[in-house]
Each structure stands twice: as structure tokens, then as C-alpha cells.
Design a protein around this ligand. Structure first.
Ligand SMILES: Cc1cc2nc3c(=O)[nH]c(=O)nc-3n(C[C@H](O)[C@H](O)[C@H](O)COP(=O)(O)OP(=O)(O)OC[C@H]3O[C@@H](n4cnc5c(N)ncnc54)[C@H](O)[C@@H]3O)c2cc1C
Length: 407
């Protein structure tokens, strides 16, 4: 890596981690190109990191005990049947997770990017071309810059992935369903007496979807104290789903209004009263819609281009592993580039280790999506043993991510 000029396209979770990893691996110059202006901390909501995976990432230097987090222990699954305002518990599973707010995790990773890295915001990359004398990036201002290695950390609509693969292999496809996310301050929760213990990730199971909710820390310079994070999944009517099928487009205002009406209808029809209040008490500016897309690049490296994070493969949110996978990708990329005798050799090691993980998580996401959203069982008829058997057979054990292995 000595003397090499490296560009990282995208300065979110994968981009910050990759910049740090490649600087530590000895790259001569690392430049991060992020099109967003300023800070990204308001982009996401909450996320969980499984505790064994946390230990691996702490050892790799990406996470540490100083970062704000909340200790989660159990996952009660509830259904609405009128017996209890917060729902009747059908089963409870262990939930050994640390929860983070997306914003504070990003801030901490950004803080760990060494000063020597040239981190440019408001800098969009508009074209990527690989060639024998280097990879050339065209920037939004029309200028071109040449690099020895270009790292695509540019998310699910990755331009770097599009430059590596034919269109049919590089474009994300719509899963058919949506996630709605939101956060509210814990003081805005309905009556605490009705709530579940604070270490719970309560999941409301309903026909055609589910909603998970757990506490997350506030961001240090943002919203102060602990918040409650919720995300629920449901399949919208076909004409609304069709309007979201193109991952490059943003829903029009009329589609957005219909989607909101649909969301509120799902809440009214399926959530127990307590959880309806949780959604309704969430300020509108704290709710976001995330269409669920799939893509996994068959190969993570070609020529001077390499992918990681969502650009390489999307982990659907209910696999509990999007941010985790991005950090693991960066860890392996940094290690491979530091240890290999040449750049192509390092990229080959990285590709061989991480591309299969991306494909596995993609398949897990599809299986979980089918069972937990698109073809839901009769949850209300289940008891603890029946639920555990269903969980084992429907992707449950894979949720939370895979160990960070070697080779
Ligand atoms: C709307 C949305 C909300 C999400 N919310 C959550 C959440 O609440 N919890 C959770 O666990 N996960 C969430 N995720 C997923 C999670 O953010 C990712 O799995 C994880 O952050 C890894 O992402 P990444 O860094 O690979 O890509 P991203 O976080 O998508 O970052 C890609 C970055 O690249 C930049 N970029 C893209 N194209 C260009 C370009 N041409 N030039 C320059 N810069 C470019 C983007 O501005 C962005 O900052 C969300 C994803 C989306 C799309």
C-alpha cells in the first residue's frame, strides 16, 4: 500500500471505517469523497450489534466502551388480542445486543478517521472509469482525479458497483415491501406501567408484517437523552409498490401521501393500542420510510475498484447486520491489504473472504422477509415451543451477523 493514492467514495459508516483501515494498512494518501454537505448523523435511526460481534469489532478498533449504547437482553414477541394494551406475549427470546443510535455511531467512526485522511464533503463523484494507468473519478465540478485504488463505499445505489458490473448484475431490486422507522424521546412514551422492561426489544407480530422497538442512546450533540426506536415492515398495495420498484427514483408527493395513509392504516388495523400511541407520539420529522432493496455484487473487487458495505451487498434491516457487515468488510479489507505482497493479491483475499458473506446475508434477508413479512404464520396461535421451532426454521439463528472469520 506504500505510496498508493486511494479514493473512498462515500463517507458514511463503511466509508469512514474503510478510510481508517486503509490508512492503518499503510496507504500513501487516502481521500474520502462524500456528496452530502456537512454531517450525516440525522440520516438513520437505531441499530443493534449482537454482543459477540461487538467484541470482535472492539478488538479490531472500530467500536469501544466509550461509545453511547444501551444494553438489551430479551425479545418479547406480542400479538394484539385485546387482553393487554401493550399486546399479549406469545414467546420471549434472548436478545444479547447493544443498541446504538445510527447518528452517534457515525459520529464516533468519523472521529476515528485520522487527520491525515483528506475528507471532503459536498463532493459528488459523477463517473468512475478504471484503466491501466489508474482509476479516474469525475467529480461534480467536472474535475477528474486519478487514483491507484477506488473503494466504493457509496451505498445501495453505488456508482462504483455500476462501473464494475454489467447493469443486470449491478442494480438493486425492490423486495416488494417497506420499512418505516421512527424515534421518540422516552418521555413521550405512553404510560410506563404498560411498557415492557427497558432491556426489551419488543416485537409486535401481525398478519403481513411485524414491528420491533427498543431503546437507543441520544446523540451526544443532538437530541440528548435516550430515545425509543421503532421499525415496522409491511407490503403496500401493488400500485404503490410499483412506484418504489426503481431504486433510483424518489416517491412523488402523491405516492408519499398514499404511503403515509397506508402506514397509518396498518398501525390502526394491527398494532395493540400502546404501540399505536408510540407511532402517533413520534413527531413527523422523526419518521422515515425505507423501501427494502436487494443486491449482492458477485465479486467485490475488479481491477482497481473494490466494494464494501451496502455498495457490495445490502443486508435487509431485519438481518440485524447492515452496519456490522460494513465494519467487518473494512476490517478484512484493511488486514488483507496490510498483509498481502501486492494490491491485486490483497484484493483477491478480501474478495474471497467477504463476497460469500454478502451473498449469504442477501439470502438470509430474503428468507427472513418471506417468513416474517410476506408469508407470516398464524402467530396468535403459537406458544413458546411452537414459536421457537418456527424461529429456528425461518432464519432466526442467522440474525445478528456472522462471526468475523479468517479465510
Ligand atoms: C434511508 C436509510 C435509512 C437507514 N436507516 C438505518 C437505521 O436506522 N438503522 C440501521 O441499522 N441501518 C439503517 N440503514 C442501513 C445502514 O445505514 C447501512 O447498512 C450501513 O450504514 C452501511 O452503509 P454504507 O456506509 O455502506 O452506506 P450508506 O450509509 O448508504 O452510505 C453511502 C454514502 O455514500 C455517499 N454517496 C453515494 N453516492 C455518492 C457519490 N456518487 N459521490 C459521493 N458520495 C456518494 C452517500 O451520501 C452516503 O453518505 C439505513 C439505510 C437507508 C438507505
Amino acid at each position: 500500500m506504500r505510496g498508493l493514492r486511494v479514493a473512498v467514495v462515500g463517507g458514511s459508516i463503511a466509508g469512514c471505517a474503510a478510510a481508517r483501515a486503509l490508512h492503518r494498512a499503510g496507504a500513501g494518501e487516502v481521500v474520502v469523497l462524500e456528496r452530502a454537505t456537512g454531517r450525516l448523523q440525522d440520516r438513520g435511526v437505531g441499530l443493534g450489534i449482537q454482543k459477540e460481534r461487538y467484541a470482535e469489532l472492539e478488538a479490531a478498533g472500530y467500536l469501544d466502551a466509550e461509545m453511547p449504547w444501551i444494553d438489551l437482553a430479551r425479545r418479547p414477541w406480542v400479538v394484539r388480542d385485546g387482553t393487554r394494551r401493550a399486546g399479549r406475549v406469545i414467546a420471549t427470546l434472548p436478545f444479547p445486543y447493544r443498541s446504538y443510535s445510527w447518528g452517534s455511531l457515525w459520529q464516533e467512526l468519523r472521529r476515528r478517521v485520522p487527520d491525515a485522511v483528506d475528507h471532503r464533503t459536498s463532493t459528488a463523484v459523477t463517473a468512475v472509469a478504471d484503466g491501466p494507468d489508474g482509476a479516474v473519478l469525475t467529480l461534480g465540478n467536472g474535475r477528474e482525479e486519478r487514483f491507484d485504488l477506488v473503494v466504493g463505499a457509496d451505498g445501495h445505489r453505488s456508482l462504483v458497483r455500476a462501473a464494475m458490473l454489467p447493469p443486470g448484475r449491478s442494480t438493486a431490486s425492490f423486495s416488494g415491501y417497506l420499512a418505516w422507522r421512527g424515534t421518540l424521546a422516552t418521555e413521550q412514551l405512553p404510560d410506563p406501567a404498560e411498557a415492557f422492561p427497558e432491556d426489551s426489544a419488543t416485537t409486535v407480530a401481525f398478519p403481513g408484517g411485524h414491528m420491533i422497538s427498543y431503546r437507543i442512546p441520544g446523540t451526544p450533540d443532538g437530541d440528548g437523552g435516550a430515545r425509543v426506536n421503532w421499525v415496522f415492515y409491511a407490503t403496500p398495495p401493488t400500485h404503490l409498490a410499483d412506484a418504489l420498484a426503481d431504486p433510483e427514483s424518489t416517491p412523488s408527493t402523491s405516492v408519499a401521501k398514499e404511503l403515509t395513509d397506508y402506514q397509518l392504516d396498518v398501525v390502526a388495523r394491527h398494532l395493540p393500542g400502546y404501540w399505536q400511541d408510540v407511532v402517533h407520539n413520534t413527531p413527523e420529522e422523526r419518521r422515515l420510510l425505507q423501501p427494502i432493496h436487494d443486491v449482492a455484487a458477485p465479486s467485490y473487487a475488479r481491477g482497481r475498484l473494490v466494494l464494501l458495505g451496502d455498495a457490495a451487498a445490502i443486508a435487509r434491516p431485519h438481518t440485524g447486520s447492515g452496519a456490522l457487515k460494513a465494519l467487518q468488510d473494512a476490517t478484512v479489507l484493511g488486514r488483507a491489504m496490510a498483509e498481502a505482497p501486492s494490491v491485486p493479491a490483497g484484493l483477491a483475499v478480501y474478495d474471497a473472504e467477504r463476497a460469500p458473506v454478502g451473498r449469504t446475508i442477501l439470502e438470509l434477508g430474503r428468507a427472513v422477509g418471506r417468513a416474517h413479512v410476506q408469508r407470516t404464520p398464524d402467530w396468535a396461535a403459537m406458544d413458546q415451543p411452537a414459536f421457537e421451532a418456527w424461529w429456528q426454521a425461518n432464519g432466526g439463528p442467522g440474525i445478528g451477523g456472522r462471526p468475523l472469520g479468517r479465510g
